[in-house]
Design a protein around this ligand. Structure first.
Ligand SMILES: C[S@@+](CC[C@H](N)C(=O)[O-])C[C@H]1O[C@@H](n2cnc3c(N)ncnc32)[C@H](O)[C@@H]1O
Length: 355
């Protein structure tokens, strides 16, 4: 085909557009400087040059396509970072106070902490975040600490849709989350994955404080284990059940709603592994976890808050609470999970325990 390269594109049926876009990207022919555009039920995909006969063969196998010429718009330029998105709207002394980091849960961004001077500019800041991260639909500001039995913080909507529900994906696991109704933190993804990677086929796991189910579902996605998932918050269990429908699982997740002290006695002596992710009071439930383990023993993953020398302190707290309750305990591993306050951390201990 003759003509200028600047307006060359491939016309393809809409349902084939994504497959085709990837193929063109692999062939390094996709023109990133022009926007893929819909036109009368078709999609026009810009290309940088004409296709060779071999390339045309590859593309034609994917779909009925045609190389045509059409003027396509350039993609919108979006700011690379918050400073450039806010350029000219906030004075330099306020730019210096911008939050260093934020969490993304599905299509919701969460700012943990905002300098008081920036509070009156929350909406401008949030809109700038949405420009930098176009997939974000809502920006929330955490306004209260993680509190109560259900461990839910409070939030204010700074910009975007007034919503708290989303689907978050971590390590390929889809999780239905409602930040106003049940605890969820995207900062625990590595930990969910680390623990799930240790579980073997046919294990029995008790996830004592399961929340919306990130540990439970990741385990059941990876291996054919049976996971009993307990949480006292009915909303957390309802969300967990929704997520079970979103994932293809090798294993089985059996949800229970209620206080672990009431539920766990039904699971006496069954578990190869117990997960105790309630760092503020996990030690108070150690007796329940021990009673849940098989008589030959099993692994406990216990989460604690600890100060100063956090790993040493966490191990001391764990060992002193365990004292006299078990035949044998060997700490296999311990690590800092995340900071939670100045000089305070969440720590995990993995221990082999024989009741
Ligand atoms: C820190 S969240 C952890 C959630 C989940 N494991 C995760 O990683 O996202 C602790 C959970 O424990 C639940 N919980 C608190 N006390 C409980 C109890 N006595 N019995 C069962 N669940 C409880 C809360 O509702 C909350 O969902």
């Amino acid at each position: 085909m003759e003509g200028t390269i600047s307006n060359l594109c491939i016309r393809a049926p809409r349902e084939k557009a994504e497959t085709l876009r990837r193929a063109l990207q692999r062939l390094e022919i996709l023109d990133q400087s022009r926007r893929i555009t819909a036109s009368n039920g078709f999609v026009l995909i810009p290309i940088t040059r004409n296709l060779s006969p071999d390339e045309m063969n590859v593309i034609a196998k994917l779909s009925q396509v045609e190389v045509i010429r059409s003027e396509l718009p350039s993609p919108p330029t979006r700011p690379k970072n918050l400073i450039s998105a806010l350029d000219g709207t906030l004075p330099p002394h306020l730019l210096a106070l911008l939050p260093r980091s934020f969490d993304i849960v599905g299509d919701i961004a969460i700012i943990e902490d905002l300098a008081p001077e920036l509070l009156p500019h929350g909406e401008i800041l949030a809109k700038a975040m949405m420009q930098v991260h176009p997939r974000v639909r809502t920006v929330l500001l955490k306004t209260g600490k993680v509190e109560g039995d259900f461990r839910i913080p409070s939030f204010a909507v700074l910009a975007g849709e007034e919503k708290y529900e989303t689907i978050h994906t971590e390590y390929g696991v889809k999780l239905k989350v409602d930040l106003s109704k049940a605890y969820f933190s995207s900062r625990l993804a590595t930990e969910h994955h680390r623990v799930a990677s240790q579980v073997r086929d046919s294990e029995i796991v008790v996830d004592m404080f399961a929340g919306v189910g990130p540990f439970s579902i990741m385990i059941a996605k990876k291996v054919s284990a049976k996971v009993f998932s307990i949480d006292i918050n009915p909303n957390a269990i309802a969300l967990l059940k929704e997520s079970l429908r979103l994932n293809r699982l090798k294993g089985e997740v059996i949800p229970f709603c209620g206080d672990v002290r009431i539920i766990a006695p039904r699971l006496k002596g069954v578990a190869d592994r117990v997960i105790m992710n309630l760092p503020a009071s996990s030690l108070d439930y150690l007796d329940v976890a021990i009673a849940t383990l098989k008589s030959c023993g099993g692994t406990i993953h216990i989460y604690l808050f600890a100060k100063d020398d956090p790993i040493k302190n966490a191990k001391e707290m764990f060992n002193s609470r365990l004292n006299g309750q078990v035949k044998k305990c060997e700490v296999l591993n311990s690590r800092i999970v995340k900071p939670v306050a100045p000089r305070e951390w969440q720590v995990v201990i993995d221990a082999l325990v024989v009741p």
